[in-house]
Design a binder for this molecule. Sequence first.
Ligand SMILES: O=C(O)CCC(=O)C(=O)O
Ligand SMILES: [Fe+2]
Length: 340
Amino acid sequence: MAAKSGYTRPRPLAEDAAPPPPSAVLYVANCGPAVGVTDADVRAAFGAFGEVAGVQAADSSGARVIVRFHEPAAAEAAIAALHGRPCDRLAGRVLHIRYSVPVKPKAVPGGSLPVALAASELGIPGIYMVEEFVTAAEEQELLAAVDSRPWKSLAKRRVQHYGYEFLYETRNVDSKQFLGELPAFASMVLEKITSFPVVKKCTTRLVDQLTVNEYPCGVGLSPHIDTHSAFEEMIFSLSLAGPCIMEFRKYPRGSWRAPSMVNGVDEDISQEPECIRKAIFLPPRSMLLMSGEGRYAWHHYIPHHKIDDVGGRVIKRNSRRVSFTFRKETLLIGFCYLVP
Ligand SMILES: O=C(O)CCC(=O)C(=O)O
Ligand SMILES: [Fe+2]
C-alpha cells in the first residue's frame, strides 16, 4: 500500500470544535495490511459507493489508510454506511472513518520569518549593523591571525578568548583571571569600533574582552542574552568568512527560561512558547552592535541552518563563519554612551 498520501488523521476533536470539512478523502482506522486487509479489499469495500481514486497508508502502522474518492458524495455515502458498523465485504470488520485533512507542510526553519538586510528594517532599538566594516584583505589577515593561534574545541564550534576567559558554565567572565591586553591583530578593529557611527564618547576603554567563535557550516548558537551583570551595554560582533542569519526573540514576561547547559552546550529551547521574532542577515565583514533594548531585552540566536531564505534568495552557508565578539567586562568603572 503506497505511503505519502499527503493526507492524515484529523486532530482529536474538542467537543465544541468543528469537524474536518466534508471532502472526497477519508481517514479509515482499523483497516490495512497489519490487520489482514489488502489494498484490493479496501477498493472492493469502498468501491460500492463510488469510484475509488486511490488507497494509501495513512501512517506506518499498517492499520490506518487514506481512501480517496473522486466525488465527495461517494465519501459521504461510505461514512454513512460503514463508520462504526461491521463491514460485510471485510469479514465483519468495524471501521472507524472520518474525513481526512491534508498534511501541513513542514515549515522551513525560519522560513516564514522575513529577514532584514539592514538594522533599520529590523526595528529593534539598540541594534545597528554596518556592512563592509573591514575590507576583504583585513578579513584575511584577521582569519590568518586566529588560525595561527590555538583554538579551544566546544561540542559544535571552536573558540578563542582574549582579555578575560569566558566561562560557559556560568555565562560569565573570570574577572580575576586577566589574560592580558587584547591581541595586536585586533587593534585595527578596535580603532574602527571607536568610530562606530552611534558610539560617541567613552571614558574608559570601550571593550576589553574578545571571544572568537568559529562555526562550521550550518552550526548556530542557541538563544541567549549575554549575562547582564558580566558585560556592559555594548556588544560588537564582527562576521568573517561566512554569513549567518541572526534571529532576535523577545519573550512575553515570565515565559522564557534560560536554557540549561548540557556538556558545555546550550540546550536547544528554540521551540519555546510564543515570542516576537525578528531576523537580520549578517554578511561577512559586517559589524553588528547590540546595545540598549536589543542587548538587554532581546535574546539573540543563530539558527542551525545550512541554507537560509533571505528575501526569496537562497543563501547557502557553505563555509565556516568566524565571529569576533567584543565586550566590556563590568569590573572597570567608566561609561560610554550612544548617540540617539
Ligand atoms: O557569533 C556571533 O556573532 C555572536 C556570538 C555571541 O552571541 C556570543 O558569543 O555571545
Ligand atoms: Fe551573545
